[in-house]
Design a protein around this ligand. Structure first.
Ligand SMILES: N[C@@H](CCC(=O)N[C@@H](CS)C(=O)NCC(=O)O)C(=O)O
Length: 209
């Protein structure tokens, strides 16, 4: 059985969502952030020396990094459904979107979040991150102008992975200026597996009253 080391209010919710989409057996080991430092507890370092989530264990294999986890899980359990066929241009584009999520889209989101914790976005980094965030959202909005999902008609692991940034931006500032992206986010988040992940994330989040 797959084990997911899940930290509350984190990128890990996407992995619950993916496991639900795949319909595989899994169990959660849950951790709570320190409410002041926002860091994960020391216990998480027993499975990932960096003490970060998500982490999965499957057949004795431990894998960190949400992009790698999505790639691994889809390749092993959902290659026929949640990814375009291997060795096709579509598969190459799919891999590009997988890397985009953590390699490009997450940076401005995290920078803006950390600056907001300091109550100061009016600085070089704040302006830089806002511009990059708008670039990311514009790119995704244009891409989705004539598509149901990032890969066209097929819902894939890339949609699950990229949802982290789009969902968070939707919650904090809304996506009205990006109507195609806004419709897309509503569409993917109403999938039963996404709703289940949301419910489980809330259930295991001790910060939610
Ligand atoms: N690029 C990594 C980032 C992992 C990461 O930073 N996770 C955060 C939660 S979203 C975390 O565990 N933070 C706890 C800490 O830094 O102590 C991934 O995609 O898995």
């Amino acid at each position: 059985m797959i084990t997911l080391h899940h930290l509350n209010q984190s990128r890990s919710k996407r992995i619950i969502w993916l496991l639900e989409e795949l319909g595989v057996d899994y169990q959660l080991v849950t951790y709570q952030r320190d409410s002041a430092t926002r860091r994960a507890p020391e216990a998480l370092k027993a499975i990932n020396p960096l003490g970060r989530s998500p982490v999965i264990e499957d057949d004795g294999l431990v894998i960190c990094e949400s992009g790698a986890i999505v790639d691994y899980l889809v390749s092993r359990y959902g290659a026929d459904t949640l990814a375009p066929p291997l060795h096709t241009p579509e598969h190459a584009r799919y891999i590009q979107w997988l890397h985009f999520a953590e390699g490009t889209a997450a940076f401005p989101l995290i920078a803006l979040y950390l600056l907001s914790a300091d109550n100061s976005q009016k600085c070089f980094l704040g302006g830089f991150a806002k511009e990059q965030m708008n670039d990311v959202l514009t790119l995704a909005n244009n891409e989705l102008a004539d598509k149901t999902y990032l890969m066209g008609d097929q819902f894939t692991g890339a949609d699950v992975l990229n949802s982290f940034v789009f969902e968070k931006v939707g919650e904090t500032r809304g996506l009205k200026e990006y109507p195609y992206l806004e419709g897309y986010v509503q569409r993917i988040l109403t999938r039963p597996a996404a709703q289940k992940a949301d419910a489980l994330e809330r259930e295991y989040d001790q910060e939610v009253e």
